[in-house]
Ligand binder design. Structure first.
Ligand code: PGA
Length: 260
């Protein structure tokens, strides 16, 4: 099995002023300095990308945008493109977050176009997918995820897929304090990896980074990351405080080291 280095992404959502973003990014850089065994990415709001870019300069912490539009440029008021995000210093971009799907009506087809646009610009897309509580209760989780995965990755060649990060985020666990039990998350992660294996072969599937997201906290990170197919986290609420975010990084590394 490939040793996949833990990837921890802080999704700040629509929070923090420039001053707040600067302070938090500086504190994360300090915390990450003692933890070279993980990859850390911060996703501030667009307005704070420049400020966070400065704060993380010279450190291993990397930058993500929370969204992109699929066109490169033009008359699309209010949108931001992959080349612009790249120019702003981002290496990663979150795509298809459930809040975008639910509040802004994003579809699997749109997500696919955005992933392609991100790849074309040399960004690593963090492709989010997950089921609602109603879908889980109806027993539709695995079929739904297979469909989200298939449509989201449509037309993406194996060479490009290497740059795609997957983030499984059960909608019922986001911001609710209700985390998926480690075994419950693992069941889905292993399903996703099997689907990736069918699409891209054993090697690429084995190397793929599959994050878990949804009420990740210091207290549940060790158990979650100890699962075979959980390779890191997309953290919302707990990434808004340096102490809890750095603690999650620490727990992830501890779990990673104990993995076979
Ligand atoms: P949460 O958010 O950690 O606050 O549940 C996760 C996410 O939406 O990425």
């Amino acid at each position: 099995m490939a040793k996949r280095l833990p990837l921890i992404v802080g999704n700040w959502k629509m929070n923090l002023t420039l001053a707040g973003a600067k302070a938090l990014a500086e504190a994360v850089v300090k915390g990450a300095a003692d933890l070279p065994e993980s990859k850390v990415v911060l996703a501030p709001p667009f307005t704070a990308l420049g400020e966070v870019r400065k704060a993380i300069a010279g450190s291993p912490v990397q930058l993500a945008a929370q969204n992109v539009f699929w066109e490169d440029q033009g008359a699309f008021t209010g949108e931001v493109s992959a080349p612009l995000v790249r120019d702003a210093g981002c290496q990663y971009v979150v795509i298809g977050h459930s809040e975008r799907r639910q509040i802004f009506g994003e579809t699997d087809e749109g997500v696919n176009k955005k992933i392609k646009a991100a790849l074309k610009s040399g960004l690593f897309p963090i492709f989010c997918l997950g089921e609602t509580l109603a879908e889980r209760e109806r027993g539709e989780t695995m079929d739904l995820l297979s469909r989200q995965l298939r449509t989201g990755l449509e037309g993406i060649a194996p060479g490009e897929f290497k740059s795609v990060v997957i983030a499984y985020e059960p909608v019922w666990a986001i911001g609710t304090g209700r985390t998926a039990a480690p075994g419950q998350a693992e069941e889905v992660h292993s399903h996703i990896r099997k689907k990736l294996e069918l699409a891209y072969g054993i090697g690429p599937a084995d190397c793929a980074i599959i994050l878990y997201g949804g009420s990740v906290k210091p207290a549940n990170s060790f158990a979650l990351l100890s699962e075979k197919n959980i390779d890191g986290f997309l953290v919302g609420g707990a990434s808004l405080e340096a102490e809890s975010f750095v603690q999650i990084m620490r727990e992830a590394i501890r779990a990673h080291k104990e993995k076979k």
